[in-house]
Design a protein around this ligand. Sequence first.
Ligand code: ATP
Ligand code: MG
Length: 427
Amino acid sequence: MERTLLNQMAENDGKKILVEGRVLNTRNLSNVSFVILQDRAATIQCVFEKETGVKPGEAVSIVGTVKKEPRSKYGYEIQGETLEVVSKLVEDLPFDMTKNELNLNLDTLLDHRPVSLRHPKVQAIFRLYDILLKSYEMVMREEGFTEIKTPKLLGSATEGGANFFKVKYFEQEATLAQSPQFYKQIMVGVFERVFEIGSVFRAEPHYTTRHVNEYIGIDGEMGFIKDFRDVTEMLGRVMRKMFAAIATEGKQYLDLYGVTLMDVPEKIPHFKLAEIKELIKKEYGHVVPPTTDIDPKGELFAGQYAKEKFNSDFVFITHYPWSDRPFYTMPDPENPAETLGFDLLYKGMEIASGGQRIHEYAQLIENMGKKGVKPAGMEAYLNVFKYAMPPHGGWGLGSERIIQQILGLGSIKEAVLFPRDVKRLAP
Ligand code: ATP
Ligand code: MG
C-alpha cells in the first residue's frame, strides 16, 4: 500500500490507508487505546481496540480506516487495524514530550536539541522560519532582486573592528564574514538589485537574549536610488508582504503561541535618532546613556512610542551619528555629523540596520581617512568605486530576531536550530 499523508483525510474518508509517522502520545482505556500520530504534514488520532504497546517518540507504520469524527479537533480519526514500530526507542526520551508545553529551561532545551526540536510547539518556530525564508525570497524576486551567495571565508575582516573569528586557512589566516556588505555592494554594480540569505559570524562575547555568534542574515542592496528613503520604503514593502504571507501561511503555528500578526503599515513612521531620543525622554523620562547611540531600553521606548502614537509595531530610526556608523555610510549632506544610516525596530528591538552608501571613490577614500580605516586588504572592494557605481543602499536583517519578536520568545537561541554562543559549540 502507498503511504498517505495525514493531511489527506477528507479525500480518503471511509478508505483503508497506510500512514507513517512519530507517536506524540498514547492513552490506554480498558477497551480502547489511542495513538496520536504526527507526520510531516499533520497530526491525527488513531484508535485501536486493544493496547498497542507503542511508546511516545517511536516511529510507526499504521494501517487503518479513515472515519469522520466531528468531536476530534482533527475532524477525522483513523480506526487502526495494525501498528508496526518501524524504529524503536533504545532509551527513554530525556523528558516528557507529551504535554502541550515543554517547560524546560533553556540549557536543557538546547542540550537535547535533536529531541526538543520534535516537540510540536518547538517545531512550530522553525515551520514559521521556513515560511519567513521562503516569503523573503519570493518578495525580493518580485521586486526585481537577484539572489546571490557570497563567500564567508575572507582574507581580511569585512568592516574592521575586533568582532571577527580567525580561522586557519592553509598557510594563511582567514576570517569568517561578519556581513556580506562589501560583496553585496560590488554586486549592485553588476545586477543593480541583489539579496542574500547567508551565515554571519560575530565574535561578540555577549550574554544577551538577542545575540548569537552565528546567525542568518537576510540582506538586500539596491542601485539607482534617489536617497535612503527609497531604501526604507522598499524594506517597508518587503516586510509588509512578508508579514502578510507569514500571517496566512503560518496561522496554525502563530495560534500555538497565541499570536495574531498585525499588518505592517503602509507608511512605517520615521524618526531621526536625535528626535526620538528627545521624544522618549519627554514621554517616558528615559535618557539614552551617552556611551551608545541608543540602548535596548531606548529601543523599547521608541517601539512603545510608535505603537502608542502611530499604532505601528515597526519604526525606522534614521540619521545615526557619523561617528557610530561604518565608513561606507553616506554622510547627510545637510549635516555631516549625521549619516543616512537607519535601523528598523520591530516591537521595540532592532531587527535591521541599513542606509545609503557612499558611491563615489574620492568621497569613500576621504571618509575612510577621517575614520582612520586602512585600505589594505580592501583593494578589490575599493576599486569597484572607480568604475561608476550607481547611488545605492540596502539593509541587513537578522532573520532569527524577526521570529523571536513575532513569537515573543525569551531568547533568540530558541529561534536557532543549533545556536552558537560563547560557551556553546554543540550539538
Ligand atoms: P545590535 O546593536 O543589536 O548588537 P548590530 O547593530 O551590531 O546589532 P548589525 O551589524 O546592524 O547588528 O546587523 C544587522 C542585523 O543583524 C541586526 O539588526 C540584527 O537583526 C542582526 N544581528 C546582529 N548581530 C546579531 C547577533 N549577534 N545575533 C543575532 N542577530 C544579530
Ligand atoms: Mg545595527
